[in-house]
Ligand binder design. Structure first.
Ligand SMILES: *Cc1c(COP(=O)(O)O)cnc(C)c1O
Length: 355
């Protein structure tokens, strides 16, 4: 079978989960594992549960519904601000959801009453990453009484996100915004906000340093458990396996070639002008894996000496000089977060579970 495989090594995942959930517990913080990076695949969910994680979050209702159908007693938080059209499913399937738009909150509230429930929500605060969330005290004061007037929802928490769109790092100051907003809302409007939720993985740093403001008691992390890595903070996490997710791709051509393209150079298939360092004539493997399957920049070869040199839509080029590779061999690569995300959603990549 020549199709590339996304391999999930469940023992390593269980160990990552055990380490990180114990660490968060020791800091009296609840770890919520974000499953969007691998489409909430249930083998992964089972593996991290074996390591002590029992709270989950996803950005897509499709993932939450599929996971809960397969493993009925899962607790799931929806972490993408939903559209009003999703209200029926959000109330039925999500145990809580993040919100930031009053029009949607009203629809969710009405739908919850229709289903005879009260739906718990976390209000997102934008502390500078400039993605979702209420921005600044004026907007907070505007939305608070409007939420109070929605009897079908209960504001149980506040959330914030850093290190995503805006690449903003977590700090005592921006995490402290959660605490200040909680005190304002509980004090002036009588809310009973208990959960202060931070994310993503880069927020672990404040817990490690002991500088996370008192009261921030939930951390939403995906990358740390999946990859043992903090991309925003640019570091690997001590004691975690970085290669729990691997891609295996087959070598379909093996030839010696120069390392600089020959002829007048225009742009490559993506409209870019890459630089081609001259490493002389090298043994080059062409693998049956490309941009349609994976974010190739997030791959690291596990074969010592091998170097990924580029990719097109269907081919990955790897320098394998002195690596002892033969045609038909399978090369393995460690996957960073974006490689997993793309591979998990590519119809061409086979998902494979390794105990
Ligand atoms: C994706 C996401 C996370 C997890 O981020 P990681 O960096 O993978 O840990 C947390 N919170 C929200 C809202 C997200 O969208």
């Amino acid at each position: 079978m020549y199709a590339p495989r996304l391999e999930v090594h469940t023992r390593m995942l269980t160990e990552n989960a055990r380490r990180l959930s114990a660490f968060c517990a020791s800091r009296r913080t609840e770890l919520v594992f974000v499953t969007k990076g691998f489409c909430a695949q249930t083998d992964v969910i089972r593996a991290v549960r074996a390591g002590g994680i029992d709270r989950f979050a996803d950005s897509r209702m499709e993932n939450i519904m599929a996971a809960k159908r397969a493993v009925p007693d899962l607790w799931y938080l929806l972490i993408r601000v939903p559209a009003a059209e999703e209200a029926e499913e959000v109330v039925r399937w999500a145990d809580a959801s993040v919100q930031s738009q009053i029009e949607t909150i009203r629809v969710i509230s009405d739908e919850a009453l229709r289903q005879g429930r009260v739906h718990p929500i976390l209000l997102m605060l934008d502390v500078g990453d400039l993605r979702e969330g209420v921005f600044g005290e004026e907007q907070l004061r505007e939305i608070a009484p409007q939420i109070k007037a929605c009897p079908g929802v209960e504001l149980v928490g506040l959330g914030t996100n850093v290190g995503c769109y805006g690449s903003v790092l977590p700090s005592v100051e921006n995490m402290g915004a959660l605490v200040r907003a909680r005190d304002l809302l509980n004090g002036e409007w009588g809310f009973q906000i208990r959960t202060l939720s931070a994310g993503g993985t880069c927020c672990l740093k404040l817990l490690e340093d002991g500088t996370m403001p008192e009261g921030v008691n939930q951390l939403r992390v995906g990358e740390a458990v999946m990859c043992g890595e903090d991309t925003t903070g640019h570091r690997f996490l001590e004691g975690c396996h970085p290669d729990a997710f691997q891609i295996a791709a087959q070598v379909v051509e093996l030839r010696r070639k120069p390392s600089v393209p020959i002829g007048e150079l225009g742009r490559d298939g993506s409209g870019e002008r890459p630089v081609y360092p001259d490493r002389g004539v090298r043994l080059r493997a062409v693998c049956a894996l490309g941009k349609q399957d994976v974010d190739w920049g997030a791959l690291t070869p596990l074969l010592p000496g091998a170097v990924v040199i580029g990719a097109s839509s269907d081919h990955l080029l790897v320098d394998v000089e002195d690596c002892g590779v033969r045609p038909g061999d399978w090369l393995r690569f460690r996957c960073g977060y974006m490689a997993i995300l793309h591979a998990a959603t590519s119809p061409y990549v086979k998902f494979s579970v390794i105990p």
